[in-house]
Ligand binder design. Structure first.
Ligand SMILES: [Zn+2]
Length: 305
């Protein structure tokens, strides 16, 4: 089975504390790694949880609040020092971040690899990253500063060849790749054999993961992530503090669960907890009362989809 797992590196908001680090996660899709947000101390968490950064493909930063990116420059520097990386590294971030981050890179980093910063319009939905098996799309979010979430989505698998049919038409194996990708087959005497006669669709159901932090309660978000296997949604406050949540551009645990319900998500993971809470019991209970398949993320937790 294809690997698709998320390692939680930081589940708190605002500042790092003895209990929680600030936002950061590793998404591992078939051993290709993606870092989502990079709060202060993210590299320490990476070494602690033995994340293999040699497989790091790209970094995605949701917005320009310190608890989501203060660990970025130190991490990039360490990747150069510790791993001697030479391969280009692409980082996707709101447009407003590009100039200051580029300044820091130029001023403080001496890297053996090239960092390519992509400034993203956070108000538009677009494909940011694509490889042969998956895509990452931006998700516009509502926050106090330009902010986006990320939707990691596997592509549908190629059709499955029907060997007896290929044999019947004497098809050479050099044609198999094109046929699996959907091409019809033309016989040597010019007849067209439709693809549907030579293949059947794969029964593999592509998996998906949505990262939504930070955002105020936004019901329209549900449409954009409909049917997602796992939704990470910030739950900074409890419902009794929903006015404060709205003012600060954040959500409550109930609101996060409401989005999961509306989106018909299979599972909800909450995080980005305010430092005012000693534990997550109240936040989790509140979310579960709306959407039962909810987990409260903790540092080191790995969720497989
Ligand atoms: Zn924020």
């Amino acid at each position: 089975m294809a690997k698709f797992e998320i390692t939680m590196l930081g589940c708190g908001s605002g500042i790092p504390t003895a209990k929680h680090m600030t936002s950061a996660q590793i998404v591992n899709i078939n051993e290709r790694l993606f870092l989502v947000d990079c709060g202060e101390g993210t590299q320490t968490q990476i070494w602690k949880y033995r994340v293999k950064l040699t497989n790091l493909d790209a970094i995605f930063i949701s917005h320009m609040h310190g608890d989501h990116f203060f660990g970025l420059i130190p991490l990039l520097s360490s990747i150069g020092l510790m791993l001697a990386r030479t391969e280009d590294l692409h980082i996707y971030m709101p447009i407003v971040m590009v100039e200051p981050i580029q300044y820091d890179l130029d001023k403080y980093c001496y890297l053996p690899y090239k960092v390519i910063l992509h400034g993203i319009d956070t108000t538009a939905r677009e494909v940011l990253y694509e490889n042969s098996t998956m895509t990452v799309e931006s998700i516009p979010l509502e926050h106090k500063t330009p902010c986006m979430g990320f939707l990691f989505k596997e592509k549908p698998k190629a059709n499955i060849l029907l060997p007896e049919k290929c044999k019947e038409y004497g098809i050479n194996c050099t044609e198999f790749r094109k046929i699996k990708e959907g091409a019809d087959y033309i016989t040597p005497d010019g007849r067209t054999i439709p693809n549907s006669e030579l293949t059947k669709p794969s029964d593999y159901i592509p998996k998906s993961y949505a990262y939504c932090s930070d955002t105020s309660y936004c019901p329209a978000l549900a449409e954009q992530i409909h049917g997602v296997d796992l939704l990470y949604h910030e739950a900074t406050f409890v419902e009794s503090e929903k006015d404060m949540a709205a003012t600060a551009g954040h959500s409550t645990a109930s609101q996060a669960a409401d989005i999961a319900l509306r989106a018909n998500a299979k599972q909800l993971a909450i995080g980005h907890y305010s430092i005012r809470y000693n534990d997550e019991d109240e936040l989790l209970a509140e979310a579960k009362s709306v959407f039962s398949n909810t987990v409260a993320t903790q540092e080191g937790m790995v969720i497989s989809i």
